[in-house]
Design a protein around this ligand. Structure first.
Ligand SMILES: O=C(O)c1ccccc1N[C@@H]1O[C@H](COP(=O)(O)O)[C@@H](O)[C@H]1O
Length: 205
């Protein structure tokens, strides 16, 4: 089965529709105000209402207040949630939506044990750990730290680009890959050629 692709950090309708046209399976919207890719709940929901069928919108939060999460996911049943902070399994589960739990990987981590803490997650997203920065770092991590027999689908993220995604898919065989900075022309704006190249590389790998 070919690897799915999530294009994250969507801030406008043109980039969203171009990514769908290029074959993206999911689009990520960042509701973390310190990110240069932040998008407001109203703008994001307006974009989501115009997405074609079979494309999953993913709402990314970093230790967000319940009121913010509810204001984003309330208007549409289509939203999946990406918890990119230190949220507990009980908190993630409480929204009764499909969700991705992010684990930020560094040397010495027991990934299998961390994955086992989130039995209700739809999938686990593995990103690079960088002190003081919750995500969107543009940095890869040591993919050989990922155990091969994890009980959840894995979404690989962190520093992926059109140049390294095929190798990443060949080595890790993830369920999906996720990219933000590697397909941008500037922070918060996508480069459509890079998005197309990235998706082709992921499907090839
Ligand atoms: O993209 C951001 O600005 C961001 C901010 C806070 C948390 C996560 C964020 N993005 C996610 O980070 C990973 C890797 O991004 P990159 O490809 O290395 O730029 C990815 O899951 C994004 O969804």
């Amino acid at each position: 089965m070919s690897c799915r692709v999530k294009i994250c950090g969507i801030t406008n309708l043109a980039d969203a529709l171009a990514a769908c046209e290029a074959g993206a399976d999911a689009l990520g919207f960042v509701f973390y105000e310190k990110s240069p890719r932040y998008v407001s709940p109203n703008v994001a929901n307006d974009i989501v209402a115009q997405l074609p069928p079979f494309v999953v919108p993913v709402a990314l939060f970093v230790d967000a207040e319940k009121s913010l999460i509810e204001s984003v996911i309330g208007p549409s049943d289509r939203w999946m949630i990406q918890f990119h902070g230190d949220e507990s399994e009980a908190e993630c589960r409480s929204y009764q939506r499909q969700y991705l739990k992010v684990l930020r990987v560094k040397e010495g981590d027991d990934i299998a044990n961390s994955v086992s803490q989130y039995p209700s997650a739809s999938a686990i997203l593995l990103d690079a750990y960088k002190k003081g920065v919750p995500g969107g770092t543009g940095e890869t991590f040591n993919w050989s730290l990922i155990p091969t027999n994890l009980p959840k689908p894995i979404v690989l993220a962190g520093g992926l680009t059109p140049d390294n995604v095929a190798q990443a898919v060949a080595q890790v065989a993830p369920y999906a890959v996720d990219v933000s900075g590697g397909v941008e022309q500037s922070k918060g704006l996508k480069n459509n050629s890079k998005v197309t190249e990235f998706i082709a590389g992921a499907k090839r790998g």
